[in-house]
Design a protein around this ligand. Structure first.
Ligand code: ADP
Ligand code: ADP
Length: 225
């Protein structure tokens, strides 16, 4: 697992200062949740870590390397978004192995990795099912498997359970947390749900106007008067 560091990161869109010299270190294997009102800069933070955009000032470092110096496929990132973004016409196995295939990994090796992931997400035997035959929770587990199959250094979770109903969300909170801890992946999650942040995170970071307002263990942040 690697350390993630946002070091004095600023990002401006026109007149809006989306991030204002934000400094945040996420320790190896730690899961940090970003909370805060709409427009405070959570999504911008994820986009800068992902390297979709670059900071106007400061740097984003993974294991000491500046992400802007690396091509996207060398950044060691896994991502899960609310809308899954799975390929509906491909099978479960093809979805999970997609990135490995693009990277030129051999067929047999892909099959081994896909099987390892199907066991991890507790969907053994689902390799040849089509995505549209799966429930929402199952699809989200496949999205998670696809994000972690290449052993990313950093996992980004953007409202990962936002599309699921409440009963399913609670089960999936524990599932994601279990896998994240088993694999020890340094992770950053954006959520609007305080309960979710409480259940899943090592640390909660509250952002306001592109700056960190509070940072602490879930209990420290929520029990404060
Ligand atoms: P959320 O509030 O759920 O975090 P937003 O709706 O604020 O998400 O943003 C969704 C996407 O739209 C993000 O990629 C963000 O960068 C982009 N975005 C947000 N505000 C603007 C804007 N004023 N103009 C253009 N794009 C925006
Ligand atoms: P959050 O995810 O916390 O809702 P965002 O990071 O999406 O917040 O947005 C932070 C601020 O930056 C907001 O004021 C938003 O409108 C603005 N913003 C984000 N992306 C863009 C964009 N692509 N173009 C213009 N403004 C943007």
């Amino acid at each position: 697992a690697k350390r993630l560091l946002l070091d004095g990161v600023s990002k401006r869109y026109g007149n809006v200062l989306a991030l204002d010299a934000l400094t945040l270190a996420v320790e190896p294997g730690e899961l940090v949740s970003l909370l805060g009102p709409s427009g405070c800069g959570k999504t911008t933070t994820l986009r800068l870590i992902a390297g979709f955009e670059f900071p106007d000032a400061g740097s984003v470092r993974i294991g000491g390397n500046d992400v802007s110096a690396l091509p996207p496929n060398k950044r060691g990132l896994g991502m899960v978004f609310q809308n899954y973004s799975l390929f509906p016409h491909l099978t479960v196995g093809e979805n999970i192995g997609f990135g490995l295939r693009m990277a030129g990994v051999k067929r047999g090796d892909i099959a081994v990795q896909v099987k390892r992931m199907l066991d991890l997400i507790r969907l053994p035997g689902y390799c040849d099912r089509r995505i549209e035959q799966l429930s929402g929770g199952q699809q989200q587990r496949v999205a998670l498997a696809r994000a972690i199959v290449n052993d990313p250094s950093v996992l980004l979770l953007d409202e990962p359970l936002g599309a699921l109903d409440k009963n399913l969300r609670e089960g999936m909170q524990f599932e994601i947390r279990r896998m994240q801890q088993d694999l020890g992946i340094t992770s950053v999650m954006v959520t609007h749900d305080q309960e979710e942040a409480m259940t899943m995170s090592d640390r909660v970071v509250v952002i306001s106007h592109g700056r960190i307002l509070q940072s602490g263990a879930p209990r420290e942040v929520y029990d404060r008067p």
